[in-house]
Design a protein around this ligand. Structure first.
Ligand SMILES: Cc1cc2nc3c(=O)[nH]c(=O)nc-3n(C[C@H](O)[C@H](O)[C@H](O)COP(=O)(O)OP(=O)(O)OC[C@H]3O[C@@H](n4cnc5c(N)ncnc54)[C@H](O)[C@@H]3O)c2cc1C
Length: 464
């Protein structure tokens, strides 16, 4: 691989997954050339690939993320739907069992959530991002089967990346004015920083120890398939969960989950048995009418982990981290892809508002990406504290108060259309968390009596 000698107004993107492709989109028109370096070779069609192992599991794209995705790449949500993605309105098309009972099924239609397998999602986004690139003045090249093995530069400034072809061959260097790390949850940025003589950015973790096991199903009688997806998350008294959702091609994806000591099995014969032990037997009943059509895949690295790249002086000039390389979430909240889209959009806004690539850009853009992470991070770590391991950073008074309040609010949201709408606005990342303490919501949450949800899965959709 030939070394490039001129990195002026060029960018390299480490990882050609979702965040990488959205980063490309954000940079179009603001740099002369972008090189995306992807360790995998992209498969033909909609197939799984090694570099995105979490792709085997349930992935919902929340409405807040969909808005960001369409702002970056207009028409992508429609393209995904055309490719078979199901856009499920919450709570009408995805019924949820909460610790206090089943959520009422309001016909609210504020929050469509895309349910689609990751290979389809990634392929559609990649195809549209590369098409947008072809129509822009920025030259975009994707180096497949090429691994980034380090950064070049010094403690003050990153000047490029070191790469190695996976098909053999010598290591090479790609100089760049901007290096975007979009290499996902396995990012080696802390080690790469160390090699440049810098300390790794401060890292916070809150780990519930939750593990997933997932399997695709086909309904034996498609005409009798349920008219809604089902979500039965774990809660402290019942640390096992199950979700069963329609995806493309008439298939349904089962994802079982369990916190430490309650991990789900990865043997197909044991899935139904585990599903009988979650907080409600409904998914177990549904599985008796469906048959597995794939192997079972497990996943254990589900920690909430945030690297504080945005802190003053944390990042050398010329380096930016986005997507899971920046922050990962417990997947039960379905936030990671949306935050990747919101982060890329924040980068584009920083470029547009500030007049393009300039000295100080990376620090500014990283702060903007961090602000895009904040709401999802607060929601995830607030909810996960009751399960967190002793090694994690301790909760302050503010966080403990917010856990108490959110618990009460979530119970109210299951039965109350006003509180429920505000709750969904926040969890779907379309409104800031402050919406949850608006006077009308706070009064209903604190003063109205705590009542149980529905005793049975709701068959009837209620008008609002
Ligand atoms: C079990 C599970 C379920 C989830 N469910 C949801 C959900 O319902 N909704 C949601 O929004 N999010 C969900 N997420 C989170 C979501 O998967 C991630 O947030 C999302 O994939 C982040 O995109 P990314 O591009 O940052 O990382 P990835 O999608 O992981 O892509 C990283 C890319 O970088 C490449 N790469 C890695 N290292 C190198 C290297 N050194 N050189 C070159 N290339 C490299 C990889 O091959 C890959 O292509 C879930 C996560 C898990 C673990």
């Amino acid at each position: 691989m030939a070394d490039r000698t001129d990195g002026a107004r060029t960018a390299t993107v480490i990882g050609g997954g979702l965040a990488g492709m959205l980063a490309v989109t954000a940079l179009l028109g603001h740099v002369d050339a972008i090189t995306v370096v992807e360790r995998d070779r992209y498969p033909a069609g909609h197939a799984f690939r090694k570099g995105v192992p979490q792709a085997r599991h349930l992935h919902l794209f929340l409405s807040g993320g969909q808005r960001a995705l369409d702002a970056l790449l207009p028409g992508t949500v429609a393209a995904l739907t055309a490719a078979g993605a199901r856009n499920l309105y919450l709570p009408r098309d995805l019924i949820t069992r909460t610790p206090t009972g089943w959520q009422r099924r309001f016909d609210e239609r504020r929050h469509p959530s895309l349910s689609v397998s990751r290979p389809v999602l990634d392929a559609v986004v990649r195809e549209r991002a590369l098409r947008a690139a072809a129509a822009s003045p920025t030259r975009v090249e994707v180096l497949e089967a090429t691994e980034v093995v380090g950064l070049t530069g010094d403690a003050r400034r990153v000047t490029g990346i070191r790469v190695r072809s996976r098909d053999g061959g010598a290591e090479g260097e790609l100089p760049a004015a901007l290096v975007v790390d979009a290499s996902g949850r396995g990012s080696r940025a802390p080690q790469w920083y160390a090699a440049l003589g810098r300390t790794a950015p401060y890292e916070e973790t809150v780990d519930t120890g939750i593990a997933y096991a997932s399997c695709l199903y086909r309904q034996r009688d498609p005409a009798a398939a349920p008219d809604a997806g089902v979500n039965i998350p774990a809660w402290p008294e019942c640390p096992r969960g199950a979700a069963f959702l329609p995806v493309e091609d008439g298939k349904w994806l089962l994802t079982l989950s369990g916190v430490r000591g309650d991990h789900p099995p990865t043997d197909v014969a044991e899935l139904a048995g585990f599903s009988a032990t979650v907080g409600d037997p409904y998914v177990h009943e549904l599985l008796s009418r469906a048959e597995p059509v794939s192997a079972v895949h497990g996943f254990r690295d589900t920690c909430n982990r945030r690297r504080r790249f945005e802190r003053p002086g944390a990042v050398p000039e010329g380096f930016l981290a986005l997507g899971d390389a920046h922050c990962t979430f417990n997947p039960v909240y379905g936030q990671g892809m949306s935050v990747a889209a919101l982060g890329a959009l924040a980068v584009r806004t920083t470029l547009v508002d500030g007049g393009g690539l300039r000295p100080g850009f990376t620090a500014e853009a990283q702060r903007a990406a961090a602000r895009a992470v904040d709401p999802a991070w607060l929601a995830a770590v607030g909810a996960d504290r009751p399960y967190a391991s002793a090694d994690d950073a301790g909760a302050g008074l503010g966080e403990r108060l917010s856990t108490w309040y959110v618990d009460r609010l979530a119970a109210r949201a299951a039965i109350d259309p006003v509180v429920g709408a505000a709750f969904r606005d926040v969890v779907c990342l379309t409104a800031p968390p402050s919406r949850l303490i608006a006077p009308r919501i706070a009064l209903r949450t604190v003063l109205l009596p705590r009542r149980p949800g529905l005793a049975r899965p709701p068959a009837v959709v209620e008008p609002v």
